[in-house]
Design a protein around this ligand. Structure first.
Ligand code: NAP
Length: 319
């Protein structure tokens, strides 16, 4: 069967390697090239085959129907533009083209909320990992006006270490992170904040978002705990999510609070919500879990690419 060629820029990084593995198992796609920077010339085992990384400047961009850019932010935009100029569609996994980062003319690929814009698009900005977990958890409440006006949304979220990328850092050494747990970027200035605030605004929200990320000593996974004030108590705490997401193949709504084991290596977000007892105002505690490399990066990028290429949205994705 004829397969569509797709390329991966930044294939030697965590998100890029994940993409290569997903493409290898995809029924309708094949890997046209895989690029690296410092690791150019090295070989990656993907399933049964070995892939040798080319430099981005040697990658045959025009041979690909679609190019995934899993390059660092700042370095990605130039290559996305080159891929588009060579005639390929592109999904940018970096923040360079995302809403809240200076651009609003590129479809934001939070697939479940922006499917109509992604279908048939030539270029999509793939969301950040934390924003994926947090925005999908907040969207039903925000878009249906259930949050108390101008109330504060408080988010505490923890990510596995692959969220920081492959580049070696002393503070991410095993001995530094194991048997420990800490917040980072404390002060509500994390770069994902702007992306989330911009998207919440688009959904009709008028709330402060206080976001505190934490570093979890596991390889992959994000768990976000979100506290929101409501205009009124909900009769059924899960109703807003069941209403908006009941037919979504990659969203699981559950009465059980999710854990990372529920979602790791799946392109699924698992969301739960519980009424907060002992609070004077109607308050809801939402928990949301994803795999940062699958639904938070490569999986969602492939979900978007499937739609952009006219394929089944779920093709090649672990639900
Ligand atoms: N990790 C996650 O959980 C996650 C989630 C969502 C989105 N993202 C986004 O996805 C992108 C990739 O993230 P990652 O975690 O996979 O990063 P990473 O592990 O650090 O990988 C970065 C990739 O880009 C290459 N690269 C670095 N500098 C380059 C340059 N100047 N020119 C060309 N190539 C260059 C690296 O090549 P060498 O290693 O060969 O030097 C590597 O292949 C980032 O924009 C990130 O924000 C990541």
């Amino acid at each position: 069967m004829h397969k569509l060629p797709v390329g991966v820029l930044g294939a030697s990084g965590y998100a890029g390697r994940e993409l290569c593995a997903l493409i290898e198992g995809h029924p309708s796609l094949e890997l046209a090239f895989a690029s690296a920077h410092g690791q150019r010339g090295q070989t990656l085992r993907v399933g049964k085959r070995e892939v040798t990384f080319t430099g981005a400047d040697e990658a045959p961009l025009g041979d690909a129907a679609l190019v995934f850019s899993a390059l660092p932010h700042g370095a990605s935009l130039e290559w996305v533009e080159k891929a588009r100029a060579a005639g390929a569609k592109a999904v940018d996994l970096s923040s360079d083209l995302r809403i809240g980062n200076g651009r609003s003319d590129v479809p934001y690929g939070l697939t479940e909320l922006r499917r109509n814009q992604v279908v048939g698009a030539d270029l999509v900005a793939n969301p950040g990992c934390y924003p994926t977990a947090i925005l999908l958890a907040l969207a039903p409440l925000v878009s249906s006006g259930l949050l108390e006006e101008q109330s504060t949304i408080s988010v505490s979220a923890a990510s596995g270490v692959t969220g920081a990328g492959f580049t070696p850092r002393p503070d991410l050494l095993f001995a530094e992170i194991s048997e420990d747990f800490r917040a980072y970027g404390v002060g509500n200035a994390h770069r994902h904040g702007a992306e989330m605030r911009a998207m919440l605004g688009e959904l009709g929200g008028d709330n402060d978002l206080i976001f505190t990320p934490h570093l979890l000593p596991v390889a992959r996974g994000i768990l976000a705990t979100i506290v929101v004030r409501l205009k009124a108590e909900l009769k059924s705490p899960l109703a807003p999510w069941l209403e908006l997401f009941s037919n979504e193949p990659f969203i699981e709504i559950s009465a059980t609070t999710p854990s990372l084991r529920d979602v790791v290596r799946r392109n699924t977000v698992k969301i739960s919500a519980v009424k907060a007892e002992n609070a004077r105002q109607p308050t809801l505690i939402i928990t949301s879990a994803i795999d940062n490399l699958t639904k938070g990066a490569a999986g969602q990028a492939l979900q978007n690419a499937n739609l952009m290429l006219g394929l089944d949205e779920t093709a090649g994705l672990p639900a």
